[in-house]
Design a protein around this ligand. Structure first.
Ligand code: AMP
Length: 389
């Protein structure tokens, strides 16, 4: 019967199969919801406490990601596997991939998890990104600062996200002092980019090489974390096409299977630089749940399970507002949602996290329609005014 399938070269995991998910955060939670809707089972492996996906999955493994017994159990129970975050030991990724199809591949996940490898990959593929230098000691930092000759951002090679592990430098500081203060074994020094705005593209590719991109979106940050996403981005057609072309080149270079977020800086002259890639669903793709024909999570499931990819059509303009912990009046007190809930074209998504720590992503809200931005901004002001002082 496989020959009747549109993709005879791809392994197919039909509804009823078990999807193993490395990571148990909100991205895994939202994938579990789509999986449940489409008749799949989910096995979530989480190392952390209070993992948002635990309430939604069929089975959970609560063990560190290097636990050998957990690897054996995960592989024996899952039919196919994916990851919701990239900071998983490479040895675990390899061991999982040896026992069960893992999409995306360990190579793609590990490359995106490490800024040094990620930037080196981009350079090798001749994909434009900020100028960068690999730095492993104060002497190398001194040379890099001299070569850069201006402001830059020093970023840890590993475990960096949401602006963590980053230090803005002016360029005239003492490299010895900076390196001592930075306290990372390896880093990259990147040129500071005076961008016009930030964009991202969610791209999905399946095992047959079929590719679908969601429309590029525009992203705004607060405290170095995503604050709002506007879909579609107000950009020239040529920029839109170029962003999609670059994302496609990246996905093809990895022979990628799954969903990936590609983040860009848009320069004042409309040229694009890739900032980073996320080998999984991305916060800037959350609007797709309410605003697109297929959500980024369903698309992840389709790509990973060898199904035809869904339509990425944006059904109407949308704005996604991240709901961070500082919008909660107190750590254990939920905001008043009446303003949001009385908006007929807004959707509330909460991740079930009990403690509203200040910069924690507690949920998001999606506003649909042409005046979505104005309504999102009003809600944000309202929540921040009644949030933590
Ligand atoms: P990242 O964790 O690398 O995505 O960085 C978080 C945010 O910091 C980005 O979305 C940008 O707003 C800012 N940023 C990072 N790298 C640079 C850079 N080289 N130049 C200017 N801003 C940057």
């Amino acid at each position: 019967m496989l020959s009747c399938h549109p993709y005879p070269n791809m392994s197919i995991f039909p509804p009823g199969s078990t999807i193993g998910i490395l990571g148990g955060g909100q991205l895994a939670r939202m994938l579990c919801m789509e999986a449940k809707r489409m008749g799949y089972r989910t096995l979530v492996w989480t190392g952390g406490l209070e993992a948002p996906a635990m309430a939604l999955c069929d089975e959970v493994i609560e063990q560190p990601f290097d636990d050998p017994k957990a690897i054996v159990h995960f592989v024996s129970q899952a039919d196919v596997a994916t990851a919701e975050f990239e900071n998983i030991p490479r040895s675990t990724l390899e061991a999982v991939a040896a026992g069960v199809p893992l999409h995306p591949s360990p190579d793609a996940i590990a490359t995106c998890a490490n800024r040094e490898q990620e930037k080196t990959f981009l350079r090798k593929q001749q994909i434009p990104c900020a100028p960068f230098w690999i730095v492993t000691n104060a002497e190398e930092l001194k040379h890099a600062m001299r070569a850069l000759a201006g402001p830059g951002v020093l970023k840890t090679s590993a475990f960096g996200y949401d602006g963590k592990g980053q230090l803005k430098i002016q360029g005239n500081e003492n490299p010895e002092d900076i390196w001592q203060q930075f306290q990372a074994p390896r880093a990259i020094l990147e040129g500071f980019i005076s961008f016009k705005t930030e964009l991202s593209v969610m791209i999905a590719r399946n095992g047959n090489g079929e590719i679908r991109c969601f429309d590029p979106v525009e992203n705004f940050h607060r405290h170095h974390m995503l604050d709002m996403t506007i879909a579609p981005a107000a950009i020239a057609d040529a920029v839109r096409s170029r962003a999609i072309e670059i994302a496609t080149r990246i996905a093809n270079a990895f022979q990628y299977v799954g969903i990936m977020g590609v983040e860009f800086f848009l320069n004042p002259d409309d040229s694009l630089l890739v900032n980073e890639m996320a080998p999984r669903p991305h916060n800037s793709g959350h609007h797709t749940i309410d605003a697109c024909e297929t959500s980024q999570f369903e698309q992840q499931l389709r790509a990973v399970c060898g199904l035809p990819l869904g339509s990425t059509a944006l059904l109407c303009p949308a704005v996604m507002l991240n709901l961070l912990g500082d919008m909660w009046p107190a750590i254990d007190q939920s905001p008043d949602w009446s303003m949001l809930l009385s908006d007929p074209s807004a959707a509330l998504h909460l991740y079930g996290k009990k403690r509203a720590i200040e910069r924690r992503k507690m949920g998001h809200a999606t506003f649909l329609g042409s005046n979505a931005l104005q309504r999102a901004k009003s809600l944000k002001e309202n929540l921040l005014a009644s949030g933590r002082p």
